[in-house]
Ligand binder design. Structure first.
Ligand code: PLP
Ligand code: COI
Length: 339
């Protein structure tokens, strides 16, 4: 695309050439249909509108120096899409159909894949929602799958510069036996009050605590949390957070660097002992954390005084993004080339 300022792309929606849709009715999926409209026609009683029957995924396509487009661990997204759908009683979208839609949407919108080295990527958003009408609270009989793409810059506009976060105790994102492990739209609606409260106070995002005891770190807005200390990568285990594919990858990278890794409940007080901290996810990549403010104890945990990411965070970031854009060998087998 000519005249595009790829280096200053926001994380927002830009219309591309096509999206792909697929309908589920009478107990089965139909065929993939492409559309050049970014609107949908929806029944006024669709369960998605009333009862939140909606799940989504987020993954990216990366342009390499060699001009080849790479996908990162797409099967993990396909499997999590199924896990999320099952969580709110929707039919599974088969992995093979997911693969077909994913490769086709990239091929159809190839000209929107940002160039190598621009810092921008093609964000891919599959979604699935109950499109059949119901008025009682029950699962729909009809569903719609859509996949669209849009070129994006970093989610945290600071990019790889450390950001400040605020702990939220007033609002919960998800309950322990609720929908926190599913990527359902309702979790994001539930997180808005905290995010807006944090932003009003000048913080980039909010850190959620476990809803049961308010003792442990859950996650950082739309990203998982990690802390580093004593050559160890520590990240929360919780039954109300999304199992981040980026976080799983960082754990493997850290282990391959000879670090220890721990996935366990992380008490708020432990923030004191970390030398580095970060938020990680597909959209966030790694957003290093400079400071975490706890408004209840008035404590400030600091990880970066000079606005520079810590050394381990920097190595993890370089390795992860290097694998994603093809500068580093794909030693873990995470990359699929889209031809
Ligand atoms: N946590 C939440 C709530 C998210 O929305 C995301 C984004 O998908 C993540 C964590 C990070 O997950 P992943 O690394 O799979 O993108
Ligand atoms: C992602 O990282 O892909 C996400 O889904 C986060 C999104 C809610 C912005």
């Amino acid at each position: 695309m000519e005249n595009t300022d790829w280096k200053n792309m926001p994380f927002g929606y830009i219309k591309t050439d096509y999206n792909i849709r697929c309908l589920y009715s009478n107990g089965g999926w139909g065929t993939l249909e492409k559309s050049d409209s970014d609107y949908i026609n929806i029944h006024i009683a669709a369960t998605a509108l009333h009862y939140g029957q909606e799940v989504f995924e987020g993954l990216k396509a990366y342009m390499g120096k060699d001009g080849r487009i790479r996908l990162f661990r797409w099967e993990d997204n396909a499997r999590r899409f199924i896990h999320s759908a099952e969580g709110i009683i929707m039919p599974e979208f088969p992995v093979e159909l997911f693969r077909e839609a994913l490769f086709e949407i990239i091929r159809l919108n190839r000209r929107f894949v940002p160039p190598y080295g621009s810092g921008a990527t093609l964000y891919i958003r599959p979604l699935l929602y109950g499109s059949g009408p119901e008025v009682g609270v029950k699962p729909a009989l009809e569903y719609t799958f859509i996949i669209f793409v849009t070129p994006v810059g970093p989610y945290f506009r600071e990019g790889f510069k450390p950001v400040n976060m605020m702990i939220c105790r007033e609002f919960d994102r998800a309950a322990p036996l609720g929908t926190g492990t599913f990527k359902v739209g309702g979790n994001y609606a539930a997180s808005l009050r905290a995010i807006i409260a944090a932003k009003r106070k000048g913080y980039s995002n909010s850190i959620f605590l476990d809803a049961r005891e308010k003792k442990y770190i859950d996650e950082c807005g739309p990203a998982n949390f990690y802390g580093i200390k004593d050559n160890t990568y520590v990240t929360p285990r919780s039954d109300s957070i999304l199992d981040s594919i980026t976080n799983r990858s960082l754990i493997e990278i850290a282990q391959s660097m000879g670090m220890k890794t721990e996935r366990r409940p992380v008490p708020v007080e432990e923030l004191e002992s970390f030398t580095e901290a970060g938020a990680c996810g597909t959209a966030a990549v790694i957003s290093p954390i400079a400071k975490i403010f706890d408004p209840v104890t008035n404590k400030i945990y600091e990880y970066s005084k000079d606005c520079i990411a810590g050394p381990i965070t920097t190595i993890l970031y370089k390795k992860l993004t290097g694998i994603q854009n093809g500068d580093e060998p794909d030693e873990f087998g995470w990359i699929t080339i889209v031809d």
